[in-house]
Design a protein around this ligand. Structure first.
Ligand SMILES: O=C(O)CCC(=O)C(=O)O
Ligand SMILES: [Fe+2]
Length: 366
């Protein structure tokens, strides 16, 4: 990506400390009890671990997750072959406002450019979405995946991986439902038809000034749940609840990083929180990561689940349309808007607004 032009430079208070804090990282959770009968004490312990991780961190790492290592490695190497091409080739599958799937290298988070390039692929193909952010406009559009001619295996590798990661997402939804004392299949129907989930291939090239720029600026994921595969380079940092310290997520081979997104925060009525994270870059090594962003249908109205609210715990959010939220965020990827981007705290019920001052809000969808 060459020189560091000023659009990449973070304000001093948001610059990374290159000496990283690794102590007591995010919880590591063994999913092997899920392979057996669901009613065993081991599964109950697992549900307890997931509850603790969601409450205390909003992030955790899973192993014995059931996804074949080959599936992930095949996609990582196809991604590398794709990004290795000259930029003119990659721009032939560039995303645009009408169909934001494909290649993109000018994403901004909070108006500062990210030191990365991405390639987005939807799970449903084509994927249905509202055509506009305007609440009065109910036209639907279809997003179509853009497949480059090179590398030829990219499409197959993406499609295979998506199948695997979707299965894992359903297991995680089950655990999260149980951890909120809900029936195991309570959340699945939001995703069983017309889900808007997608995977993103992220490439972070070596950066001449890793002390000034970030691969992705601080943000929270707007979707329900993220399942992230990262390579062995490292760079992801999570903002620790309580003291706000940035904690480095040390890469562990063949594990996935899971984080709660804004939608689970709202469904859980703030029992679980979508936590800020960011990505550091480095001057010598390129880095690859592949998040899967689990997202419901465009017609889902996101609101606190009825079972989790009562007189002592009134709903903290009014419902919002996921499709309109998504369309509004996508629009800001292409136009610099003067107004602040849409955020879940905009749907907070009145007296909560005093608590959340919106300081840690973001620009991008995820
Ligand atoms: O690359 C990573 O480790 C995380 C990327 C991320 O947070 C995102 O794409 O939303
Ligand atoms: Fe993220």
């Amino acid at each position: 990506m060459g020189e560091l032009d000023p659009t990449f430079i973070q304000e001093p208070k948001h610059r990374p400390k290159l000496a990283v804090t690794e102590a007591h990282g995010i919880p590591q959770i063994d999913l092997s009890p899920l392979m057996a009968n669901r009613n065993t004490p081991a599964v109950q312990d697992l549900v307890g671990e997931v509850r603790g991780a969601c409450e205390n961190w909003g992030f955790f790492e899973v192993f014995n997750h059931g996804i074949p290592l080959e599936s992930r490695e095949r996609l990582m190497s196809a991604a590398k072959r794709f990004f290795d091409q000259p930029v003119e080739e990659k721009r032939k599958v560039r995303r645009d406002e009408a169909n934001p799937q494909g290649y993109y290298d000018t994403e901004h988070t909070k108006n500062v450019r990210d030191w990365k390039e991405v390639f987005d692929v939807t799970v449903e193909a084509p994927m249905k979405m509202f055509a506009s952010h305007d609440p009065a406009d109910d036209r639907i559009t279809e997003y179509v995946n853009r497949w480059p001619p090179h590398p030829p295996e990219l499409r197959d590798a993406c499609e295979e991986y998506v199948k695997d990661v979707q299965q894992l997402s359903y297991k995680l939804l089950e655990l999260i439902s149980l951890s909120l004392n809900l029936p195991p299949n309570r959340l699945e129907p939001f995703f069983s038809k017309d889900q808007t989930s997608f995977i993103r291939l992220n490439h972070y090239p070596p950066c001449p000034a890793p002390d000034l720029a970030l691969g992705v600026g601080r943000h929270k994921d707007a979707i329900a749940l993220t399942i992230l595969a990262q390579d062995d380079v490292g760079g992801l940092e999570v903002k620790r609840k309580g003291d706000g310290e940035w904690i480095f997520v040390k890469p562990t081979p063949n594990t996935f990083i899971i984080n709660v997104g804004d939608i689970i925060q709202v469904w859980s009525n703030d029992r679980y929180e979508s936590v800020e994270h960011r990505v550091m870059v480095n001057s010598t090594k390129e880095r690859f990561s592949i998040p899967f962003f689990l997202s419901p249908s465009y017609y889902t109205v996101v609101e606190p689940l009825a079972e989790l609210i009562d007189e002592q715990n009134p709903a903290r959010y009014t419902g919002y349309s996921w499709g309109k939220f998504f369309a509004t965020r996508k629009r800001s990827n292409f136009k610099k808007l003067d107004v602040e981007n849409i955020q879940i705290y905009h749907f907070k019920i009145a007296d909560e607004l005093k608590v959340d001052d919106g300081v840690s809000q973001v620009e991008n969808l995820v």
